[in-house]
Write a protein that binds this ligand. Structure first.
Ligand SMILES: [Zn+2]
Length: 363
């Protein structure tokens, strides 16, 4: 238990531990890295190391994982579950209270987690105001209070408030700002933070992790999943291969219809199964993700870099498909797919939008 459980990016972890070893840890840290690279896990580990009651006495700073503080903070390790609980609790409030309640996750009195607030999924000004209200109070249990903003999508007013906090942070508070794209922050925010970067993991590193985490999977499943999740170790352990394969099958039907299957009935049968509502939305998102992945692989094949292909289990099918397609067509398909994705956010009827995606690409 400790930083040794963090997978990948050893140099970055060493850097962070070196920062912890010095007297003053920076007050504002941007942790940047692709989805699933461990940004939140790293922030949680730092919060534990800052508050651990029983840290190992030798070596670089670490945490025990067993003391009261470590255990309380660890209750928020499963952010998705805690977030869902917080959203559900808000749903159960009276209408008037609902409007004024913002989503937070807090399992330890000195560690506050600020996720983007639904339905817009952005950090809102009331959330930042709440942080400001808390952060000038001394931490209750330790010397340092930790605030983790899990996303860089800030409403404008919220970003401006955050900037004020960063101008004069109290000495006993540390803020973490997690992002897949540090360019999303105002330059004035970035300049007040130290940026720590996590690189995506190689498929080999993810496969090593899966060998420990998922001994129940076959070697070839672990190999395939480590390629499919593109270095996102956070997603790999819970990757639902059956679900992905089903979505990919539909994506191939869609693309197949576009490249000249005269008979459109398989296309319409497929798109008809994409209905309105939350379930349909989820299914469509899966389909879009799978379609992007297939298009990307087609580009790799076209560019002469087939070793980068992720969907290795269907390589012959991809090669066949790629042979009949031009580079321009694949790029156009990716653009159209992006339009479907944007339309989805505006609630354009799903099956129609998928049909027109396929038919608009017909040659
Ligand atoms: Zn501890």
């Amino acid at each position: 238990m400790g930083f040794s459980d963090f997978h990948g990016n050893p140099a970055t972890v060493d850097l962070v531990r070196g920062m912890l070893a010095r007297d003053r840890f920076p007050h504002a840290v941007i942790i940047s890295g692709p989805e699933g690279s461990g940004k939140y896990t790293l922030a949680q580990m730092i919060a534990k190391a800052m508050n651990c009651q029983n840290p190992p006495l030798t070596g670089e700073p670490d945490f025990c994982g067993h003391c009261e503080n470590c255990l309380e903070i660890a209750q928020a390790d499963d952010l998705e579950a805690r977030f869902a609980e917080a959203v559900e609790a808000r749903e159960n409030l009276r209408e008037t209270d609902k409007k004024e309640t913002r989503i937070f996750v807090q399992t330890h009195s000195d560690v506050l987690i600020i996720p983007p607030d639904p339905p817009q999924m952005m950090i809102k000004v009331d959330q930042v105001r709440h942080v400001i209200g808390q952060m000038y109070r001394r931490p209750r249990k330790g010397d340092l209070a930790v605030y983790i903003f899990t996303d860089s999508a800030f409403m404008k007013e919220a970003a401006n408030s955050l900037l004020k906090v960063l101008e004069e942070p109290p000495e006993f508070a540390t803020l973490f700002l997690l992002t897949t794209n540090p360019g999303e922050f105002l330059p004035t925010i970035r300049s007040r933070c130290i940026t720590v970067t996590l690189a995506p993991l190689s498929a080999g590193e993810v496969e090593q992790y899966l060998a420990k985490k998922r001994p129940d999977w076959t070697g070839s499943t672990r190999g395939l999943v480590s390629r499919l999740c593109g270095g996102a170790i956070g997603k790999a352990g819970a990757f639902d291969l059956d679900r992905y394969t089903a979505a990919r099958k539909d994506a191939l039907t869609l693309l197949g219809a576009a490249v000249g299957n005269e008979d459109h009935s398989p296309l319409f049968r497929t798109t008809e199964s994409y209905r309105a509502g939350a379930e349909g939305k989820d299914k469509t998102e899966q389909l879009i993700r799978a379609a992007y992945s297939v298009l990307e692989d087609l580009l790799f094949i076209k560019e002469g870099t087939p070793q980068l292909v992720r969907n290795t289990d269907i390589a012959p099918e991809l090669n066949r498909l790629a042979a009949g397609l031009s580079f321009e067509w694949i790029t156009l398909a990716a653009q159209r797919l992006h339009e479907v994705e944007t339309g989805m956010r505006r609630n354009v009827l799903r099956s129609l939008s998928l049909d027109s995606f396929a038919t608009s690409l017909e040659r």
